[in-house]
Design a protein around this ligand. Structure first.
Ligand SMILES: [Ca+2]
Ligand SMILES: [Ca+2]
Length: 352
């Protein structure tokens, strides 16, 4: 068995990146003039001007949970220019003594609320602190079975991303990972900020490029250039690292979008404050929704017991032959209490 029982239980709480959509070709790119605005009162942040945009997509190859495209109106806000880094999270942890979910012994009473009724309690020696680490198999595997590459790893957390024996000392400018929803929320509150809503995140990621497939245009690699840290090769067993990185990359290793935001697409998935409901956009067609804050509850028939929040942007593990979630409209649910080696976040702040 590759997994302990507890790891298998936790995997029940995960949503798979769904199998591939095929890639569109021969699109053209649109250049949008850069309009980065910063100020001294918001260090490390950029201003996202208010406005309206089209959220979601009607693209035939997109996943159903991204449809229909609909109008959204947003107030302006400040947003961290980069994913929160290990260095920044360390400052928070040292200042507050905060322990992330992955650093705490699991609470069975809380866990079982997200599992099918009657799920047996694991042995006490398996209820240990840990997280899910991407562990590529040595050979091709069926891409519907994510237990083939996610390994429950006792001792894995943001300080030890690959488990005991690994550390972040040479990766302080990489995005912090193994961050559960409450870990991200706690950091943002400490910093006087909050998590973005899904609408804010998607609007910011688009950078003013309306309804283009990718955040930077319609070509995945304009002029052959990689625009984000994703996965090249055969997922999950052969990561060629053609873009320069097989794992996370230092933040801002790839070009910023027109608002001055780095790595909205790829590198680490990013938490938003919205509950994940696959039907969240039902009934929105033709409407202009004002500053939406998401649905009232989590709803995902593929993962009916989990309480999921929306994560956005894809990661270094999103591949052309699997997942294709490195698009602004892409959205998946992630169990709020799950830390994974590809999940991080950034914060926003209201205008003031
Ligand atoms: Ca990569
Ligand atoms: Ca990201």
């Amino acid at each position: 068995m590759k997994f302990s029982l507890i790891g298998s239980l936790l995997l029940c709480c995960l949503v798979a990146c769904q199998s591939t959509t095929s890639e569109s070709a021969n699109h053209s790119s649109t250049n949008v003039a850069t309009r980065v605005k910063t100020d001294d009162a918001h260090p490390g942040m950029v201003w996202i001007p208010g406005g309206t945009f089209t959220m979601g997509t009607d693209e035939s190859e997109a996943y159903e949970q991204e449809k229909p495209a609909h109008g959204v109106k947003l107030d302006g806000f400040w947003m961290d220019a980069t994913e929160v880094t290990n260095q920044q999270y360390q400052q928070f942890a040292e200042a507050t003594g905060y322990l992330t979910v992955a650093e705490r012994k699991p609470n069975w009473e809380e866990m079982k609320q997200q599992l099918p009724e009657g799920t047996p309690k694991p042995a006490d020696d398996q209820l240990v602190a840990g997280a899910l680490v991407f562990t590529p198999p040595a050979h091709p595997v069926a891409t519907y079975d994510y237990s083939q590459w996610w390994t429950w790893t006792p001792g894995a957390n943001w300080r030890h991303p690959q488990g005991p024996g690994s550390d972040i000392s040479k990766h302080m400018n990489h995005p912090v990972v193994h961050i559960a929803f409450e870990d991200a929320t706690a950091y943002c509150q400490w910093a006087g900020k909050r998590l973005p809503t899904e609408a804010e995140w998607e609007y910011a990621a688009r950078g003013g490029n309306e309804q283009q497939r990718y955040a930077w245009g319609n070509d995945f690699r304009p002029q052959g250039k990689f625009m984000a840290n994703t996965f090249q090769g055969q997922f999950p067993n052969n990561n060629s690292g053609e873009d320069g990185f097989t794992g996370t990359a230092p933040v801002s290793s790839f070009p910023a979008n027109p608002y001055g935001l780095y790595d909205m697409i790829g590198n680490a998935w990013e938490w938003t404050s919205d509950w994940y409901d696959v039907d969240a956009y039902d009934g929105t067609q033709g409407k202009l929704v004002d500053n939406p804050e998401g649905p009232e509850r989590s709803f995902n028939p593929q993962n009916p017991y989990a309480q999921e929040r929306v994560t956005k942007g894809g990661s270094y593990l999103c591949a052309l032959d699997y997942c294709v979630n490195y698009r602004p409209s892409a959205r998946i649910g992630t169990a709020y209490d799950t830390g994974m080696s590809h999940t991080g976040f950034r914060c926003v702040q209201a205008a003031k």
